[in-house]
Design a protein around this ligand. Structure first.
Ligand SMILES: Nc1ncnc2c1ncn2[C@@H]1O[C@H](COP(=O)(O)OP(=O)(O)OP(=O)(O)O)[C@@H](O)[C@H]1O
Ligand SMILES: [Mg+2]
Length: 484
């Protein structure tokens, strides 16, 4: 089965975006809400997982997104959201926003170069700017989407003896299987059962598993919450906007990962835009880098770091406590290459730095800005295609291509790998039809029956010998120059 990530990426490419996802949010700019003085966030992917410490401003962003749309006149059973729904002001809360607070929404349109922009502002004592908004069904999946009935004490509990069963609402088999896949358990049956008590009505989910039947009243919390979440995502109109608060709540670790896969899958099938808040590195790891953004709150306000996650930031910072300088690169191959360059020029420097593979070129830049904001010593090195940006301590590897292509493409390296491992690089890559350079080392090492790290180190040493120290000494010196 094709990977939903790459399918979504294609569907969400700017030229295809509107046709597939309608007037989804392209960006949001928030000024003056809950200490968020001026924050701009882009949505380069239809799923956005916002991480950050408690109180960073994650829910604030999600809740404001919901105020971006009018309710479609054809859809019943939902309401539209307004800014006032989430930012109540009172004697206890005099200033969740100020007189000049505003939200600027940017929407994707049929014309890639002309997104629609609308501003919701505080005019006099009311919020204005809602009128010309596009239509879209919006759902807020907060923490109360599913409260166990035993805690709610609703009519199915305190009037349990007197309720009558009404109509059933079947849950299709594919939805049942999806819920089962997330939770790692399969159901024999799953449906909603209408219940009535006098004029009052309700609905209870009924499950059967291992030959036993039970309702929500005896269901696990994670089970009930997942079921309600999946039911809404599957039964809402296509191209809806979902804002989901910490969907990992009460799920075991593997279920969190499976939930991330499901969110990709449903987004690919039903073209929803999904903005979620999370503290789960497992959930974040199930999503592509373009789906991640981290918020940081400090004295200067709240800032967004695209591609980053709170877990990654923590691991960079904890490494930095032991070494003088944190060096950010794209991935493991870049880390190995940089380490060998430094070993040749200034081996002592290796003892003072911590090198982190952080994702891709955008993540390296974002990580550099994050470290700069924290005033921590850092240097960053990205692949040569975009070039350096010394003003923010961002440098480039030598050459013009991604490091794997530079290294494995060198005639001298190819001769060396032939002599050492008996492999013909060009043939092996062609035979396996490998076009993604991130796969080169694994495929070559497999073919040579070698350990990948050993093969890539041999290749890198041969490459460095061939290009000569003058080609990379300036990069090592630039990193030396960043030492505190
Ligand atoms: N009037 C205010 N002025 C300045 N800052 C405020 C104000 N009201 C709330 N805040 C800040 O907003 C934070 C709450 O924001 P939000 O709910 O978006 O955080 P969050 O990232 O979702 O946190 P959590 O992970 O705990 O859910 C508070 O912790 C506080 O720092
Ligand atoms: Mg929150």
């Amino acid at each position: 089965m094709a990977d939903p990530r790459s399918q979504i990426q294609k569907k969400y490419a700017p030229k295809n975006r509107y046709a597939n996802f309608g007037p989804s949010l392209k960006s949001i700019r928030i000024q003056g809400f809950r200490g968020v003085t001026d924050l701009e966030m882009d949505f380069p992917f239809p799923i956005t997982a916002i991480s950050g410490l408690n109180g960073a401003g994650k829910s604030t962003v999600g809740q404001l997104c919901l105020g971006a749309y009018r309710k479609p006149s054809t859809v019943t059973g939902i309401k539209r959201f307004y800014v006032r729904d989430f930012f109540p002001a009172s004697a206890a809360d005099p200033n969740p926003f100020g007189p000049n607070s505003s939200v600027i929404f940017e929407y994707n349109t049929t014309d890639v170069d002309n997104p629609q922009t609308l501003t919701v502002t505080r005019a006099a004592k009311e919020w204005s700017g809602y009128k010309r908004q596009p239509e879209r069904s919006c759902y807020y999946i907060g923490f109360t989407i599913y409260i166990p009935k035993v805690e709610q004490r609703d009519l199915s509990m305190y009037r349990a003896a007197e309720i009558q069963l009404g109509a059933k609402r079947p849950i299709p088999d594919d939805v049942k299987d999806r819920v089962g896949r997330i939770l790692g358990q399969q159901y024999q049956g799953l449906h909603f059962q209408g219940i009535t008590h006098g004029p009052r009505q309700g609905e209870l989910c009924i499950a059967s598993r291992f030959g036993a039947q039970y309702s929500e009243n005896n269901m696990g919390f994670g089970e009930g919450r997942t079921l309600y979440l999946v039911d809404l995502l599957e039964n809402s109109p296509e191209q809806s906007l979902f804002v989901i608060e910490e969907p990992e709540t009460s799920l075991h670790e593997n279920a969190q990962f499976e939930l991330g896969k499901y969110i990709l899958d449903v987004c690919n099938r039903r073209h929803h835009q999904i903005v979620l808040t999370t503290h789960s590195s497992t959930l974040l790891n199930s999503l592509p880098a373009d789906a991640r953004v981290m918020l940081l709150r400090d004295a200067a306000g709240v800032a967004a770091f695209p591609q980053m996650s709170a877990a990654r930031a923590r691991s960079i910072l904890s490494g930095g406590q032991h070494r003088d300088l944190c060096v950010l690169v794209e991935d493991d191959f870049a880390k190995l290459l940089l380490t060998e360059m430094i070993r040749t020029v200034d081996p002592v420097l290796l003892k003072c730095i911590d090198v982190h593979g952080i994702g891709d070129t955008k993540a390296v830049r974002s990580g550099a800005l994050f470290m700069q904001r924290l005033k921590r010593p850092y240097a960053a090195v990205r692949d040569p295609d975009i070039g350096p940006e010394p003003a923010i301590g961002l440098f480039s590897f030598p050459g013009t291509l991604p490091p794997e292509r530079e290294v494995y493409g060198q005639p001298h390296v190819r001769q060396h790998l032939k002599a050492e491992f008996g492999i013909d690089v060009e043939n092996v890559l062609a035979q396996h039809n490998v076009t993604d350079h991130h796969e080169f080392t694994k495929v070559l090492a497999d073919d040579a029956s070698a350990i990948p790290g050993y093969l890539s180190t041999c290749a890198i040493k041969a490459y460095l010998a061939s290009i000569g120290v003058a080609a990379y000494k300036p990069l090592v010196q630039a990193i030396q120059g960043r030492l505190p």
